[in-house]
Design a protein. Structure first.
Length: 367
């Protein structure tokens, strides 16, 4: 038996009475993996008080008992929608009040489940699993560390062999290849590479035609996924055309990040961490150009709780892993974002990422 997943299911069941449900229908792939260890897709989990059933299809007939032998598999007939099978199951099991992930389920699926679940009452379920997932156990933290290591190894390899005539797209492609070579299962998300003024786009798509050789700066946002867990880093590299404005803005962002990280500790509110970076950037006159929250939680998903932003009153707890990524984005010039992954410890924080970020120590590309 997978004891870690079993314990998670029991902690979730302990909340059923408080939420007024006697079973929970779970659609999120990340949540299903967290509760069962199943790594497939096209599956729904019906978690009752004394049994757990995964509804899936014939592609996973062998995989399900291999990965989660203590979970009852229900392979739906070919041609029967998963929502219909889940509704039938809830009815057969006599579920009276069934909680559903309304943040994941479509209206169409909701109607199908309701139509086939008999007397079962469908209720909105609080995001309990996401709340449990916010605090990582030692195994999860080890997997995030491994994901960080793969990402950083990949970047080191890329920088050692970066050609002078690269495009944004060729750099992104090569970095993703190096991420796989460094032991990752996949990248955490499509790699962002933006040169010069395109770095003012926080989520720029790499251009396959744009050479970066003459850009003043190069922003790269990348990550690796290992055993389901993600890493997420951003670095900005000067090219041979460094000027004083880039150095000034870079140092402001780095100071803002350092101030925010220093505020991380158990009991601190997420918005307090965001505020520390925002105050630093506003004092330098660039407040309107910091257009997003300071960061987000990291784990089975690249963006998960806690959200580190204005208005988030979540208190940080040991075991949470968050990104800290302030940025300044100036239209028609470019942008600077510096991002690290940070673990909340019993007495403060630990920065899990080690890639160089001191301005004077950054490699000058193409110089």
């Amino acid at each position: 038996m997978n004891e870690r997943e079993s314990d998670r299911r029991e902690r979730l069941r302990a909340l059923f009475d408080h939420d007024g449900i006697d079973a929970l229908l779970i659609l999120s792939e990340a949540n299903i993996r967290y509760l069962t260890g199943f790594t497939g897709h096209d599956a729904w989990l019906l978690l009752g008080r004394d049994r757990a059933t995964i509804v899936s299809d014939g592609r996973f007939t062998t995989q399900l008992p291999q990965e989660c032998p203590e979970i009852e598999p229900l392979i739906r007939p070919i041609g029967r929608p998963i929502a219909e099978e889940a509704g039938r199951l809830a009815s057969r099991l006599g579920c009276r009040r069934l909680g559903i992930e309304t943040g994941v389920m479509t209206v169409a699926d909701y109607e199908v489940v309701r139509a086939h679940s008999g007397a079962t009452e469908l209720l909105h379920a609080p995001r309990r699993i996401e709340q449990l997932r916010m605090v990582k156990d030692s195994d999860e933290i080890s997997r995030i560390r491994a994901a960080v290591s793969s990402a950083e190894q990949a970047m080191s390899k890329l920088l050692a062999n970066l050609g002078a005539d690269e495009t944004e797209k060729s750099i992104a492609d090569r970095l993703e290849w190096e991420v796989h070579r460094a032991g990752a299962d996949s990248v955490s998300f499509p790699t962002i590479v933006a040169g010069g003024e395109r770095a003012a786009l926080p989520h720029a798509r790499p251009s396959r035609h744009r050479s970066v050789r003459n850009a003043e700066l190069l922003l790269i946002d990348w990550g690796a996924s290992r055993d389901g867990y993600k890493s997420d880093l951003t670095r900005v590299f000067p090219t041979g055309n460094v000027n004083r404005r880039l150095e000034q803005i870079y140092r402001i962002v780095l100071a803002a990040q350092s101030r925010a990280i220093s505020a991380i500790r158990p009991g601190a509110r997420a918005e307090e961490v965001d505020l520390q970076a925002r105050v630093e950037i506003e004092a330098a006159g660039y407040g309107p150009y910091f257009s997003h929250g300071i960061g987000h939680g990291l784990g089975l998903e690249i963006h998960e709780g806690p959200m580190m932003r204005v208005g988030s009153d979540i208190e940080l707890r040991p075991g949470m892993v968050v990104t800290v990524e302030p940025g300044i984005y100036l239209p028609e010039w470019g942008g600077v974002r510096i991002e690290d992954d940070v673990l909340v410890t019993e007495d403060g924080f630990e920065i899990l990422t080690t890639a160089e970020k001191a301005f004077d120590a950054l490699p000058r590309l193409f110089g």
